[in-house]
Write a protein that binds this ligand. Sequence first.
Ligand SMILES: Cc1cc2nc3c(=O)[nH]c(=O)nc-3n(C[C@H](O)[C@H](O)[C@H](O)COP(=O)(O)OP(=O)(O)OC[C@H]3O[C@@H](n4cnc5c(N)ncnc54)[C@H](O)[C@@H]3O)c2cc1C
Length: 409
Amino acid sequence: MADFDADLVIGGGGPAGMIAGLLFARAGIDTLVLEKHKDFLRDFRGDTIHPSTLQIFHELGLLGELLKRDHVKVPVIHGRVAGEMIPVADFRHLPVAAPYIALMPQWDFLDFVAEAAARYPGFRLERCTEATGTIERDGRVAGVSLAGGGAARARKLVIAADGRHSVVRAGSGLPQETIGAPMDVFWFRLPKHAEPENETVGTFDPGRIFVMIDRRDYWQCAFVFPKGAADRIRAEGLDAFRRRVADVGPETAAAVDAIGSWEDVKLLTVTVDRLETWHKPGLLLIGDAAHAMSPIGGVGINLAIQDAVASANILAAAMAAGEAIDPLLAKVQARRMLPTRMTQGMQKLVQDRVVAPLLAGTHFDRPPVMLELLKRLPMLRRLPARVIGLGFRPEHVRSPEARGISPRI
Ligand SMILES: Cc1cc2nc3c(=O)[nH]c(=O)nc-3n(C[C@H](O)[C@H](O)[C@H](O)COP(=O)(O)OP(=O)(O)OC[C@H]3O[C@@H](n4cnc5c(N)ncnc54)[C@H](O)[C@@H]3O)c2cc1C
């Protein structure tokens, strides 16, 4: 039975929790991150590091070190619509230190963050430690209960960053708004048989949405299908599924035999929701725990990290100075609710107007006007690049760095 205590307890060591851990420890706060898994290796961890996140690392003086880790740069995202390749977002003009999406296995990214955070004496990461709910004292959240019977007590605050199936959120009683999603995703790898590189591409045809992310040595593939249809697709058999994948194009046809069994194909269920209130005394929820994001635009990690930066900006100095934290929690929500609403609104629009009709087999006579314009007017590609790459209301590191400690790796 494990027992811990810290000023700040963070439940969940994903992008939101680890970046929060890094920033609060950097500000000199005694910080404990609890992660239920023994490592960051998972079948699925979105692998996109967006320009705004790279900018955060630039501001922390860690960008150069981060980019020494193996990654693939994606300066432009393409969509293949009715067989035609259309550049959808061009990041090269963004006013940031690294104007591209870096594709890096998220376990490498999180390992890097853990190493950077471990340079600060206040940082602790406890793996194989699962939060099961909150514990309260005097009407305030004062820690989390742990699987196996122990507890992690928080002297100042609990941050729940335990993702879209958050147990902390489930037990919090905080009201939640469900936005919903019309799709789920099968997620698997295919070997790459040929160049080119950096050809991360989505294919959008009636009855088919298929995304291939270039991971240099292999394609990470997302086969998008109508919500709840996983069992039906499995029942049609693996050969039928392979044929659907092979039909996407020559790259998939050449590689589809690599899908040896359904074991190679992981189901990712998509949920989109948000809490109406992200906090109560002693507790703040951030990232997917506060607002589960659709995969559209691949912006969920980015948003989770921005929440962590905003939390540290608003809370860390006050926490270090021993000020009351509860009155400040609403400021974090006030700062981050607008970008959350706007991003989910955009995702819902694409879900309703593009994803659901396409998955239902709707034939569009021609590509949507917006895509035509993107094809003809390169300047216009800067707009989606801004929305995807920087998001609404990008955050910058304003939280303090405690004196006398250096994070440089
Ligand atoms: C199909 C699909 C594809 C997506 N693709 C992308 C993409 O390409 N790019 C992108 O930016 N976003 C993508 N997203 C969204 C993205 O995955 C999330 O928005 C993002 O991971 C949220 O980060 P987080 O830190 O809040 O939560 P998570 O990444 O879910 O991290 C939560 C962490 O908490 C741990 N944890 C969970 N419960 C407990 C517990 N009880 N105790 C202790 N630890 C716990 C988990 O192990 C995990 O490490 C996708 C989502 C889906 C569904």
